[in-house]
Design a binder for this molecule. Structure first.
Ligand SMILES: *Cc1c(COP(=O)(O)O)cnc(C)c1O
Length: 461
């Protein structure tokens, strides 16, 4: 067994290695240095027959991983909707690993439970959601969508006299699911997991910017009756457009719907005064999915499953008999609000990140990314790119001439390493998708990246 000093030394060394990596992020090529096959070979090999000293294991991990790390935490990663990780939140996550707390409930870890409760209240306030809403600390937007839709499934079937937790879907009334044509793919996976399948989705057309067409929503809603879930979206992954929630939520409510808002990144508009109008009306919904590891710049894995009525969220998700019979008091435990059972203490990082930024810091982060996205779009347009969307949030679609040239530019930029951005298909055409979500991204990072894209475009005519 290692003695105590060895263990201390090992954790300090691991933290130092991570810190040195983070210190080098701004100048490191953004893409991984080695191809996936080489990285796979570095990790591969037979299962060791016996033990290895911990320090050697960590050295081996660092050596194997190095060429396969992507600087997603750095200032010039613009792919997917990926943010970095704030310093205090990262350090808190290191502590969470070291403390090895289980966030199941306050018996297992009073600190983990209290951090989630406090951070949950701050989140609800920042996002402008109803005070008293419950917040489950889940792995990400996917799990938050599953939790929100599970709560909705419970509520609409309970109103119809059917106990879906006990009896499942069989024998109950059919649940209608109405969702936008440009919803995130995770909504469909959540529906699969919840037994409703994807064929049940009644699609609502999207407007020109990628937000829902509210007139079409009205038409789709009028087509049927019965238990109804409506999934709306704050933040289209291509265009950043937010559904007109102020119009859509009340309309869905008039039809008796449970309204879930997938706001994985877009809901953060609520925290920036100049952008909050984009998600006006969000608070009228019943459940919300939001990410911590995207725009809030918390470490992975961090998502928030939020529900206006804590009892409904717990009824759908809890398996704790004590809570279900009311013996656990009137507050659901952390584990009653999530899709997981044992969990790492994610609340420490969320609490630390929110405390590090404060209200003004979160507002600045959101606003700054939006302004930088507009700068990115303007720079590309000046260099001859077509811009595909009004840049209202942190997302930009750009293309050069045709699909082939656009894809060639994406590949060349990724290889060159100044920045990283991905390609996407939107409305039948290929686009470069730029997402500005990092807390450390500056104007200079955007300008350098625009120049790299324009160089690649000039080389691929
Ligand atoms: C990223 C995203 C999700 C999924 O979130 P994960 O954190 O990756 O699970 C869901 N919806 C939208 C709109 C997203 O952008």
């Amino acid at each position: 067994m290692p003695d105590r000093d060895d263990s201390d030394d090992l954790l300090v060394r691991a933290a130092r290695t991570a810190a040195a990596y983070r210190a080098g992020l701004a100048e490191r090529p953004v893409a991984a240095a080695r191809p996936p096959d080489a990285v796979r070979a570095a990790f591969a090999g037979p299962l060791p027959a016996g033990p290895t000293p911990p320090a050697d294991v960590v050295d081996a991990l660092v050596a194997a991983a190095d060429g396969g790390l992507v600087a997603t935490a750095g200032p010039r990663f613009f792919g997917f909707v990926v943010g970095g990780a704030l310093p205090a939140a990262t350090a808190a996550d290191v502590l969470a690993a070291g403390w090895d707390q289980c966030a199941f409930n306050e018996v297992l870890s009073p600190a983990a439970a209290a951090a989630e409760e406090a951070a949950g209240r701050w989140l609800v306030e920042l996002l402008g959601l109803p005070a008293g809403a419950s917040v489950g600390f889940v792995t990400g937007g996917q799990a938050a969508n599953t939790a929100g839709l599970a709560a909705g499934r419970h509520a609409v079937l309970a109103r119809a006299g059917h106990d879906v937790e006990r009896d499942g879907l069989a024998g109950g009334p059919r649940v209608r699911v109405v969702a936008g044509a440009e919803r995130h793919a995770t909504i469909d996976r959540s529906l699969r997991l919840l037994g409703m399948g994807t064929a049940c989705v009644e699609e609502v057309a999207a407007g020109p910017d990628g937000g829902i067409d509210v007139a079409d929503l009205g038409r789709v809603l009028d087509r049927g009756t019965g238990p109804l879930l409506v999934c709306l979206q704050a933040g289209n992954v291509n265009t950043g457009a937010c559904d007109d929630l102020a119009a859509a939520v009340p309309l869905a409510r008039e039809h008796g719907a449970w309204v879930h808002v997938d706001g994985a990144f877009g809901l953060w508009a609520a925290a920036a005064p100049a952008r909050a109008h984009l998600v006006a009306g969000a608070a009228l919904a019943d459940s919300w999915a939001c990410d911590g590891h995207k725009w809030l710049n918390l470490p992975y894995d961090s998502g928030f499953a939020i529900c206006a009525d804590p009892a409904v969220q717990a009824a759908a998700l809890s398996y704790t008999a004590a809570y279900l019979v009311g013996a656990g008091g009137d507050r659901p435990a952390p584990s009653d609000l999530v899709t997981e059972s044992s969990r790492r203490a994610r609340g420490f990082a969320a609490w630390a990140g929110l405390r590090e930024l404060g209200r003004a810091g979160v507002a600045d982060l959101v606003e700054r990314c939006c302004v930088l996205a507009a700068r990115f779009a303007a720079g590309l347009a000046e260099g001859g790119a077509e811009i595909g969307n009004p840049v209202v949030l942190n997302q930009v679609l750009a293309r050069f001439t045709d699909d082939a040239r656009t894809d060639a530019v994406v590949a060349a930029v990724q290889r060159e390493g100044t920045c990283w951005l991905g390609g996407t298909t939107w409305r039948g055409r290929r686009w470069i998708r730029v997402s500005v979500s990092g807390a450390t991204t500056t104007e200079a990072d955007v300008d350098r990246s625009v120049a790299a894209v324009l160089r690649a475009a000039a080389a691929h005519r």
